[in-house]
Design a binder for this molecule. Sequence first.
Ligand code: ATP
Ligand code: TYD
Length: 237
Amino acid sequence: MEKREELYAGKAKSVYYTDDADKLILHYRNDTSAFDGAKIEQLDRKGEINNKFSAFIMEKLEAAGVPTHHEGLLSAEESLVKKLDMFPIECVVRNIATGSITKRLGVEDGISLNPPTFEFFLKNDELHDPMINEYHIRSFGWADDEAIEKMKELTFKVNDVLTKLFDDVGLLLVDYKLEFGRFQGQIYLGDEFTPDGCRLWDVETRKKLDKDRFRQGLGGVVEAYEEVAHRIGVDLT
Ligand code: ATP
Ligand code: TYD
């Protein structure tokens, strides 16, 4: 697989064309950002941990019947993926209320949500990723009915698989964000699943083991990601 020119440099990953028009390379960088890029730091080893972490999760999801863009690891910080036509939408599931929702709705931090709740956000940094609903998605043509239903179905299926995977090692999957895209007419899970885009708490101590450590300046960010990776069995060698 030959790496070609850069297609896009995001806040945490760079995306490259390859000699196969259907495939892209995702390069996970050490850059860590929060508050729409207002806080940015380089965290040693984060790129490698997230690359291997996401590959591990994508393989588990694929095995459980969730179509994912993941093709394979190429190097410590790079993965090969299907080139998706991404929907400009983020799908968020929350099993526990924390973060922005507690302020927005005035609800208590840390309460369990049964059933879990689901939200769509528009991928638009300038507008600070505003929350949108299905009518917005249809009216503005960001996705059609079939795609909306599929994204919801797959996002909840991911919840079934991953709440169990993390629960088995004493971790609570509090909430997470997924992105989807289209490839040859089918909807696939794209982007990443890492502690950069979800919240994970130790079930006993409720210690935060995700990007909130960075957002809140708690320190030990990479160590927390590594701890989660070790607990679920990601090979970091
Ligand atoms: P954010 O952090 O808000 O997700 P970003 O664009 O800065 O935004 P990065 O992870 O740095 O995020 O960049 C990766 C980009 O690659 C994202 O825009 C994502 O939607 C896109 N992407 C991920 N997987 C694929 C794929 N399989 N095909 C095409 N684009 C993809
Ligand atoms: P949210 O509560 O909106 O985050 P915050 O409290 O920082 O505003 O997000 C819920 C979960 O989804 C959380 O694990 C972070 C993740 N997420 C992202 O990674 N990127 C996003 O753009 C959004 C909207 C959420």
